[in-house]
Design a protein around this ligand. Structure first.
Ligand code: MRU
Length: 372
């Protein structure tokens, strides 16, 4: 996507052909800085501390993390060690396990001497595949927005939560791909951007990327979505997903479930952009089977932002000593989901629909039981 007129991705190989560059998302929106990952620990830290975040980008960064590790040592033990370091960084987005499984699948059959080059190649290919998946979702989601535009005058109002934009992927984004496609096609769109406390990925990241690309948007506090929907101000909700089950339950950033409930109550279509690496065909029940990340209390007790003096400051918003809880994700049951926008079309959020669209990913019951 464009940043100040320049084409930009979130992750790329550095000029030395060995290190990996990423946009430092902890610094956005007030500073645009590039972080260089030089080894496995840099990659693991970048994911854990959310310098990179968003399910697809976590997966691609992990793949490059394996490549960085293979550059130092490429035995089976080195590969296993790299994968166990990376898998421990964040628990909810299944793209991480998917990407590491894919890297193991490609590297294990090779002689260790060939693994470094193969790992860089596969990580780069994974990044390209992610772009293609997002473009395909953009293509299918565009039809939904075009149809909505045909039913009304004025812009199509779309509410989104968190950042499922290009910053969460390599390019285009998942939930934002249809929005960017509609914008490029000249269909008027306007996006309500949930701020997404506690880390404010909406206010800080989605607003930034939509603004840089010239897409009309309005940042709203997390609690306003129900009110907007009650008053006919939202034509559709489009969100991303960190893990969708074989039955169509959707795990995404905390607060997504409340938006789905409000959408159902007000007859607003609720779409989830779900590329296949975000679908976990080994589990059915999102509430029972998806590990929900709990993050540090300071994300809730404190906020940081730009002062009038132009410096970044961190302030405390809770009384000292008040206990805090910080679940980072929640599960939206499949029956609240109008449709899953995948790279193979817009699907019902049901087991038969997912199995029919992705027959090669369906797991025999025995393998599901083994993974559980
Ligand atoms: O904690 P984050 O910022 O990694 O959470 C990101 C989200 O919840 C996104 O909606 C999800 O990863 C889909 S990204 C295309």
């Amino acid at each position: 996507m464009r940043v100040d007129g320049k084409q930009q991705r979130t992750i790329w190989l550095a000029e030395d052909g060995a290190s990996v560059c990423v946009i430092d998302q902890v610094r956005l929106p007030h500073a645009f800085e590039i972080l260089t990952l030089r080894n496995l620990d840099d990659a693991a830290r970048a994911i854990r501390d959310m310098h990179v975040r968003g399910a697809p980008l976590i997966g691609v960064t992990a793949a490059y993390g394996v490549a960085l590790a293979m550059a130092v040592g490429a035995s089976n033990a080195d590969l296993a060690q790299a994968c166990s370091t990376l898998i421990a960084t964040r628990p909810t987005a299944v793209n991480l396990a998917w990407a590491l499984g894919d890297m193991r699948h490609h590297l294990l059959p090779l002689d260790p001497a060939r693994r470094k080059a193969a790992a860089y190649q596969r990580a780069a290919a994974m990044a390209e595949e992610d772009v293609a998946l997002c473009q395909a979702m953009g293509h299918f989601g565009l039809d939904l927005i075009r149809a909505a535009a045909g039913r009304k005058a004025g812009p199509v109002n779309i509410l989104t939560h968190c950042n499922a934009g290009w910053l969460a992927c390599v390019d285009w984004g998942t939930a934002t791909a249809p929005i960017y496609a509609a914008h490029e096609a000249g269909i008027p769109v306007h996006v309500y951007v949930d701020e997404t406390r506690p880390r404010n990925q909406g206010a800080a990241l989605t607003a930034w990327e939509l603004g840089r690309h010239g897409v009309p948007h309005t940042v709203v506090v997390d609690n306003v979505g129900g009110h907007l929907m009650q008053h006919g101000m939202v034509d559709m909700v489009i969100v991303g997903t960190d893990r969708t089950t074989a039955s169509g339950d959707v795990c995404n950033k905390i607060g997504t479930y409340l938006k789905a409930l409000a959408a159902k109550a007000n007859g607003v279509p609720f779409y989830v952009a779900a590329p296949s690496p975000s679908i976990d065909f080994a589990i059915d029940d999102g509430c029972a089977d998806i590990p929900i990340e709990q993050r540090g209390a300071e994300e809730v007790t404190h906020m940081s932002g730009l002062t009038d003096a132009g410096t970044i400051a961190r302030i405390q918003v809770t009384p000292p000593g008040s206990p805090v809880m910080n679940f980072a994700f929640d599960v939206t049951p499949a029956d609240l989901v109008t449709g899953l926008i995948t790279e193979r079309g817009v699907l019902a959020a049901t087991k038969p629909a997912l199995a029919a669209a992705f027959p090669e990913r369906v797991m025999p019951e025995a393998r599901v039981a083994a993974r559980a």
